[in-house]
Design a protein around this ligand. Structure first.
Ligand SMILES: [Zn+2]
Length: 263
């Protein structure tokens, strides 16, 4: 693989008409994909796609917008999928105080439940955090042994440093390429190369030169290229390190392609 899109929702209805073509373009570009769920149904769909495509993997979890969906049945389903050999993370999970589509105490409770699931399964987490820096770090502090990535990082320099101190990876998406993304490029310049991932967050957040269009994994190349420019390093060196980072986080030693985590 030339690159891995660490967060692309290929199960999204936006791809219903041409999902296989989108996938073929990712393969042609040498891009593997981690497909995160955001609800119980979309997690199931992510697992199904990861079973079908050799360079796709799934994450399973309930997004804070869908926190109201949480139930014991849902918890059991996620715990069961967490043992699946193609499931590499619990996600996307987290807190969203910007849109506040679920009550904040419920968001925190569901986030903590899923962090506990990740710990039990020995899996990393893919975390969504918007306008919720303190509470996100507070929840992550409850499970110091759980590794993870802050997906579509658009936060402050202070948040970046605290996440790195916590052992997290930062994943950059389309906003890194936007004209108004200078503060992100300034952060990306100093974030250690061995702690960065890239992603599309497809179908959202398309990078320049596709901004505003439906995003797809093949386009993650544009974001990775900007990262290489910002760091003033050869493209291949940056791409290779991103793939190595993705392996280190999601395909860790001790968790092989056939052995899932325990309960
Ligand atoms: Zn997402």
């Amino acid at each position: 693989m030339r690159l891995v899109d660490s967060h692309g929702h290929l199960q999204d209805p936006a791809f219903d008409a041409d999902r296989d073509l989108v996938w073929q373009r990712a393969v042609a570009a040498g891009v593997g994909v981690v497909i995160p769920g955001y609800s119980e149904a979309s997690s199931r769909d992510a697992v199904a796609l990861a079973e079908r495509w050799p360079t796709a993997w799934a994450a399973v979890g309930i997004h804070p917008h869908e926190a109201g969906e949480w139930s014991e049945t849902c918890r059991r389903a996620i715990a069961e999928w967490a043992r699946h050999p193609r499931v590499v993370a619990i996600g996307e999970i987290g807190l969203d105080y910007y849109r506040d589509l679920s009550p904040r105490p419920l968001q925190r409770a569901v986030f903590l439940e899923q962090l506990a699931l990740a710990r039990a399964a020995g899996l990393p987490v893919s975390v969504h955090s918007r306008d919720a820096e303190e509470d996100t770090l507070g929840c992550l502090g409850e499970v110091p042994e759980v590794a993870g990535v802050l997906h579509c990082f658009t936060g402050s320099e202070r948040m970046a440093r605290r996440l790195l101190d916590r052992g997290f990876y930062l994943s950059f998406a389309g906003p890194l390429t936007f004209r108004n993304g200078q503060h992100l490029r300034d952060i990306a310049r100093w974030v250690p190369l061995d702690r960065v991932l890239v992603e599309t967050d497809a179908p959202y957040m398309a990078p320049v030169p596709y901004r505003g269009r439906r995003n797809e994994p093949a386009w993650v190349v544009h974001t990775a290229r900007v990262l290489a420019q910002v760091k003033n390093l050869p493209e291949k060196e940056v791409f290779d390190q991103i793939v190595a980072n993705t392996h280190a986080l999601f395909f860790r030693v001790g968790r092989t392609a056939t052995a899932g985590g325990g309960d």
